[in-house]
Ligand binder design. Structure first.
Ligand SMILES: *Cc1c(COP(=O)(O)O)cnc(C)c1O
Length: 367
């Protein structure tokens, strides 16, 4: 058996090579590299896919979160609530707008925000909440929307890992005021470099962000406001246009692979919990073990690549030492960081590869 990667970007490319090659060639033939029709088409296509009114393409998932925070109106001194078990991009953007990071812990079963703790930590300084749809699963967004409404708080969904995920049949951007996406190559919808987008149903937010991503331009030479160069690259947009029609099938494959794992290793190891109401899209298939490091070494020795998302909770990162967070502040996040392990999952993974992975996990447990 060849080494099994955590994700197989080459296999994904080869599965639709002609479509992608043609899409890239068309952009080059038209030398339409900045904004223009490919970006516009993707924005339209992705908004339709998400059943959202507006999509604004941007340069990556981090600028997408930044744009969402600008839309929230959060400023210096405002608190923004999120979780410690996410990628640092989520919290970096809180700092970009001068906000204060306010962490709440997560649920052990899902690694998603604890709604009980969220409610407790809201105070008059709370301006926004960033809910992270970690591994591709959404928490009870209906309840979180109600909490946000009751407290007049802006609700952001960091959906970088959750393309096509749903809560009660609604994708990110429905319950939230805005949702941010990343199209980093390894994400469930990934381009061939950096890319991102926000989706929203709010016309005013959409209008503002559309200006902000492109230097505040109304026309080529008129700038209504100062903005950023946060544009989505047209080559990336064209690749995303070629890939988007396949996202539904790829998502179903991920879910099928996850079911296979669930059926075959749930007796041996802690497998992911899928909430009733959630459509989990398995950006990562995260298992848990008290002997995580040993298990990871064993799988690596047997040619199976693994990951840990994430090994150091953000409150314990050197980058945040000025905050004076303490070990034990967020015990569930800390416990999960020691036990979680991502095993290979991607649309193209074969039956043979899945069976091999399952066998090796069983061998480890019963050895
Ligand atoms: C990937 C990711 C981001 C950042 O996206 P980039 O495109 O890499 O900038 C933000 N938040 C989460 C949860 C992510 O997984």
């Amino acid at each position: 058996m060849n080494k099994i990667p955590l994700v197989d970007l080459k296999a994904n490319y080869l599965s639709i090579k002609t479509e992608i090659d043609n899409a890239i060639q068309e952009v080059i033939d038209n030398t339409a590299f900045i904004m223009g029709k490919y970006v516009r088409q993707f924005e339209e296509n992705f908004a339709n896919f998400c059943k959202a009114k507006h999509c604004i393409g941007c340069s990556n998932g981090t600028t997408a979160v930044h744009l969402a925070l600008i839309a929230s109106g959060a400023k210096k001194g405002d608190e923004v609530i999120t979780v410690p078990n996410t990628f640092i991009a989520t919290t970096e953007c809180i700092s970009y707008v001068g906000g204060k990071i306010s962490f709440v812990d997560v649920e052990q079963d899902t690694a998603l925000i604890s709604i009980e703790q969220l409610e407790k930590s809201i105070n008059p300084k709370t301006k926004a909440i960033i809910v992270v749809h970690l591994y591709g699963q959404m928490p009870d967004m209906k309840q979180i929307r109600e909490i946000a409404d009751d407290n007049d708080i802006f609700l952001i969904e960091d959906a970088a890992q959750a393309h096509a995920a749903e809560w009660n049949g609604h994708q990110p951007g429905f319950y939230g005021d805005i949702a941010s996406y990343s199209f980093f190559p390894a994400k469930n919808l990934g381009c061939f470099g950096d890319g991102g987008a926000v989706v929203t149903n709010n016309d005013e937010i959409a209008g503002n962000l559309r200006l902000l991503v492109n230097h505040g331009r109304s026309t080529k030479y008129e700038h209504l406001i100062e903005g950023y160069n946060y544009r989505l690259d047209a080559l990336q947009a064209s690749i995303l246009n070629a890939k988007l029609p396949h996202l539904k099938d790829w998502t179903e494959l991920r879910r099928r692979h996850a079911s296979f794992y669930n059926e075959n290793i749930a007796k041996e190891i802690i497998t992911p919990t899928e909430l009733e109401g959630a459509k989990h899209v398995y950006y990562m298939y995260e298992i848990r073990s008290k002997n995580r490091d040993e298990l990871m070494n064993y799988l690596n020795e047997n040619g199976i690549s693994c990951g840990i998302h994430y090994p150091i909770p953000l409150h314990l990162q050197p980058a945040y030492k000025n905050y004076d967070f303490k070990r034990t502040n967020f015990p569930v996040s800390e416990k999960l960081a020691k036990e979680i392990l991502s095993i290979p999952i991607y649309p193209e993974i074969s039956e043979e590869q899945k069976k091999y992975i399952v066998d090796k996990i069983k061998q480890f447990v019963y050895k």
